[in-house]
Design a protein around this ligand. Structure first.
Ligand code: NAI
Ligand code: MG
Length: 365
């Protein structure tokens, strides 16, 4: 007799629209589980961490937060940040505390151009564009080494040092992962992005590791680009991109650019993997808490729902992940769009349409 598999998911909605979009993502997951013919189900744990929690408790998450999260198969995260708590406090206190605490060193951020979404790019083959950013997620510019001093010398005399840390091991594991991702695609190509002309230590080490690792993947085409030229190439020659790998800061910035030219930051999904499986991995939209639209019910839920699809795939539910991606495509093709991508639908209406399309896809199979 087959047994229903239960996945334990930790839900951290966070702040602002994080709450609105995570609720929608959870609705899609619940729908899939309810219609899985007893194949699988979810047990959700709810963690109300974020800026409100900080104002009450003086910290962004419970002191034993990581210990609590360890018991879960995956983490589904909204967004963190609100105007009454400094951004570096909220980001380091929650999101980076989890990615670093759980050594979620591999971040993927697919750039997808969906049908029916007015793109910001003037490109003849817009619907064929599809690439994936692989971001080093544990060190580099976000290592957190540095300090501030000398404020006692008087106004205007303070000094801040922020060091980037690149380890050979850290470069190697993310670059190797990028090559492995490239091998799953029909055009096998990895482009490494640095700024090693100016950053002559850390990023030169990165370049050297890239060259060394690439020799083990003779079937994969390679390129090495500088980030300023790559920013232009995202806009001018996006059809040449497949897998783009970069350091923490570089790939973070490029991923916002990618999702913006695909239509909106609200469309972009991401996964933070601890690929050894020692700790849970975390799935979240790329965007932040968007205080400018929070509470209006108009946030685009697609980035979060697509992140849910990445989570399903990670849990081994590949078919269900594919169905969610197809339901998203069908929904934008039908013109069910939130205001950020030129429509007038509300957050919940877009999710309703995605679930409706899912139900049709489930009937067809
Ligand atoms: P943001 O991503 O929150 O918003 C940037 C712009 O994109 C805004 O105009 C917003 O309305 C729009 N936008 C974002 N997501 C959208 C969606 N789903 N649907 C429709 N429009 C959407 O970035 P911002 O304004 O720089 O940061 C706001 C707060 O979020 C800050 O506190 C920041 O630190 C935090 N943040 C948190 C992140 C995380 O938790 N992973 C990532 C980025 C920012
Ligand atoms: Mg970002």
């Amino acid at each position: 007799m087959s047994q229903k598999k239960i996945y334990k998911i930790a839900i951290i909605p966070g702040d602002g629209i994080g709450n609105e979009v995570i609720a929608e993502g959870q609705r899609v997951l619940e729908y899939l589980a309810a219609n899985s013919n007893e194949k699988f189900g979810f047990e959700f744990g709810y963690f109300p961490w974020g800026c409100d929690y900080y104002k009450e408790h003086g910290r962004m998450m419970a002191e034993d937060g990581l210990e609590q999260l360890k018991a879960y198969d995956a983490i589904y995260f909204g967004a963190v940040g609100w105007n009454d708590v400094p951004d570096h406090v909220s980001l380091w206190g929650l999101r980076l505390a989890i990615t670093q605490g759980f050594d979620q060193w591999a971040n993927i951020r697919p750039v997808r151009f969906l049908p029916g979404v007015p793109s910001k790019l003037n490109h003849p083959d817009i619907e064929k564009l599809d690439w994936i950013l692989v971001r080093e997620n544990s060190e580099g510019e976000y290592s957190g080494f540095g300090g501030r001093n000398f404020s006692a010398r008087g106004a205007g005399k303070e000094v801040a040092v922020q060091s980037s840390v690149f380890t050979e091991e850290g470069c190697e594991r993310i670059i190797r992962f990028a090559f492995d991702v490239a091998r799953t695609r029909s055009r096998k190509k990895v482009t490494s992005v640095t700024k090693s002309n100016a950053q002559q230590y850390g990023l030169v080490l990165w370049d050297e590791v890239f060259k060394r690792v690439s020799r083990e993947y003779p079937d994969v085409e390679t390129e090495q680009w500088l980030v300023d030229a790559m920013a232009a190439r995202f806009v001018l020659k996006p059809e040449t991109l497949e897998v783009v790998v970069g350091s923490n800061l570089i790939a973070d910035i490029l991923s916002d650019l990618g999702s913006a030219i695909a239509g909106s930051l609200g469309l972009a999904s991401s996964a933070n993997f601890n690929l050894e499986g020692k700790y849970p991995s975390m799935f979240e939209p790329v965007h932040g808490s968007a205080p400018d639209i929070a509470g209006q019910g108009v946030a685009n839920p697609i980035g979060t729902i697509a992140s849910g699809a990445l989570m399903l795939k990670h849990l081994g539910l590949n078919h269900e992940a594919e169905l969610v991606d197809r339901a998203i495509e069908e929904t934008t093709r039908q013109g069910k769009l939130t205001p950020d991508i030129g429509g007038s639908s509300k957050t919940k209406e877009v999710t309703d349409a995605i679930i409706d399309n899912l139900s049709q896809l489930l009937v067809q199979q």
